[in-house]
Design a protein around this ligand. Structure first.
Ligand code: FAD
Length: 496
């Protein structure tokens, strides 16, 4: 069946896609946004983090949290009914990638840390992108649009819910490492009111990876209402794009499948558009492009599609520090350890363990400058795309993180915890939160996300970033998407 024609179509509703939809709408271009997840609306749509139900994860029969055991016991995960839940884990050999599903993409499940990369690293993060323009215009614009705010240091120093971060700060200082506050999109005014018992708790109720019911300015509270408010943007949920192709008349044909809450396909459609914007995230966008190239649906795509994927050097680790770190830990991180002057730069987010009980542990998500890159391959027999990531490709990142935390442990006479990641491991080295690359800027696309060999086809999400941002990536993804749209709308003559 035909779904008709729209001038512009955006696939996905995460950071890149939301920016794209808003700027298209403001330019008067009629735009359809397709999102495979559901709209998370209503007063408190998300399930409790400590007693997850079917709303927690994308069509699974058991939750799959990154910290999957405690004192070596499998007490963390729960059986659930399959449902279009908000957090997905896409499993490849040696690498499990966490992504958000729903209107707002990763903004629904992430820690809200809104970090601008250190300027000195930027030429390596996005080669070919004007540094002055990014730091003068697009990073400030992204921060403003996302509603980024900073915690009040005086309140923070006395807040019970950040005692875990103060303990980690002191431990890092003993090893000679400084820390810095990181901004967030969680409303710290709301958090202060949570702590004062004045409002419903969210960050103080362990909520984060399965969604925050309050306090967080996710994209469904920032860019997406602004996009819909232009009157030019429509949003269709529970609709997955299953294939893209270019027709003889130069329009793009987008194949869709709509599902119900059980996952059953309730309808398929073919929608044609003049301008197609891919914002399905690093995995989603790369999968669509690679499939289109390998099946001949978009033969003009170049050989860079599917290359340059990285995990932002993500490594998780935990220390047993013998000191109490607090029963109630605010789930929104506020502090990072700056080891960026080490031989391998490391920025380690001081993460909460929102278990609701005293764990005497400190948790970290280290972002290491790992040179390891993976690539995607298309399997003709099954018609699926898979990430190629070798079993030793995390070794570099782990050794960089280990260097930092060995030093912190030595300075504090502490040790690693081995009970939190299954398999008795001190390092969570088989997953990532920050998938980046697959359709890299200046390689698979030009320097503004225009896909090489395919006029009017654009990539505008994390796929453009070649594998590493040095810090948590969403501000960079947002700022780059703003920059690309400014150029495309000024130069490409888009019309209805
Ligand atoms: P996404 O936000 O991933 O959005 C892509 C959207 O496209 C999704 O909604 C998806 O459902 C949809 N989609 C995919 N394929 C299709 C298809 N075929 N058809 C229709 N729709 C499709 N980053 C930070 O900067 N700070 C943090 O504190 C932070 N914490 C994180 C914590 C967790 C648990 C996770 C998982 C991530 C975290 N991140 C964080 C990473 C950040 O969320 C991602 O980098 C960011 O969301 C990527 O943005 P994007 O625009 O590329 O795509």
């Amino acid at each position: 069946p035909s779904g008709g024609f729209v001038p512009a179509l955006v696939i996905g509703s995460g950071y890149g896609a939301s920016v794209t939809a808003l700027r298209l709408g403001e330019a008067g271009i009629d735009t359809l946004v397709l999102e495979m997840g559901r709209l998370w609306d209503g007063p408190a749509p998300f399930c409790p983090m400590l007693t997850p139900d079917r709303r927690s994860m994308w069509f699974r029969t058991r939750t799959a949290a990154p910290l999957d055991s405690f004192l070596w016991l499998p007490v963390v995960n729960r059986d659930i009914d399959p449902y279009p839940g908000v957090l997905d884990r896409v499993d490849f050999p040696n690498m499990k990638v966490y992504v958000g599903r729903g209107v707002g993409g990763g903004s629904l499940v992430n820690g809200g840390m809104a970090v601008v990369p250190q300027r000195r690293f930027f030429p390596e993060i996005l080669p070919g992108v004007d540094v002055d323009e990014m730091y003068g215009t697009y990073f400030p614009l992204a921060n403003r649009m996302l509603g980024v705010n900073s915690v009040d240091p005086a309140w923070w120093e006395a807040a019970d819910c950040y005692s875990y971060a103060r303990v980690s700060r002191a431990d890092a200082a003993k090893a000679g490492y400084g820390t810095s506050f990181v901004p967030n999109v969680y409303d710290f005014g709301y958090l202060e009111r949570e702590a004062a018992g004045q409002v419903a708790k969210s960050a103080l109720n362990s909520e984060v990876i399965y969604g925050n019911n309050h306090g967080k300015r996710s994209l469904d509270k920032s860019y997406i209402p602004a996009a819909l408010g232009t009157g030019r943007v429509r949003l269709q949920t529970l609709t997955r794009v299953t294939g893209i192709a270019r027709d003889g008349d130069g329009t793009y044909a987008v194949q869709t499948a709509t599902i119900d809450e059980s996952g059953a396909v309730t309808g398929t459609a073919l929608i044609n558009c003049r301008y197609l914007f891919l914002g399905a995230g690093s995995l989603g966008t790369t999968q669509l492009l690679l499939t289109a190239r390998e099946t001949g649906a978009l033969p003009g795509l170049n050989d860079q599609v599917g290359l340059g994927w990285g995990d932002n050097g993500n490594v998780m680790t935990a220390r047993a520090n013998w000191k109490p770190t607090g029963c109630v830990q605010a789930s929104m991180p506020t502090l990072g350890i700056d080891a960026t002057n080490d031989p391998v730069p490391v920025f380690a987010e001081i993460a909460p363990i929102p278990a609701g009980v005293e764990t005497f542990a400190s948790l970290y998500l280290a972002i290491t400058k790992s040179p390891e890159r993976g690539s995607f391959g298309y399997d003709r027999a099954s018609g699926t795309v898979s990430l190629r990531w070798g079993s030793t490709q995390k070794d570099f990142a782990v050794s960089a993180a280990k260097r930092v935390f060995d030093r912190i442990n030595a300075a504090n006479a502490t040790i690693y915890r081995h009970d939190l990641f299954s398999g008795n491991r001190a390092f969570g080295d088989d997953f990532c939160y920050h998938p980046l690359g697959g359709a890299v800027l200046g390689k698979a696309t030009d320097l503004y996300g225009r896909v090489s060999g395919c006029p009017n086809l654009y990539v505008n999400d994390a796929s453009l970033i070649p594998g590493w941002t040095g810090v948590n990536p969403f501000v960079t993804i947002t700022a780059l998407a703003e920059r690309n749209m400014a150029r495309v709308l000024a130069a490409d003559g888009l019309h209805n």
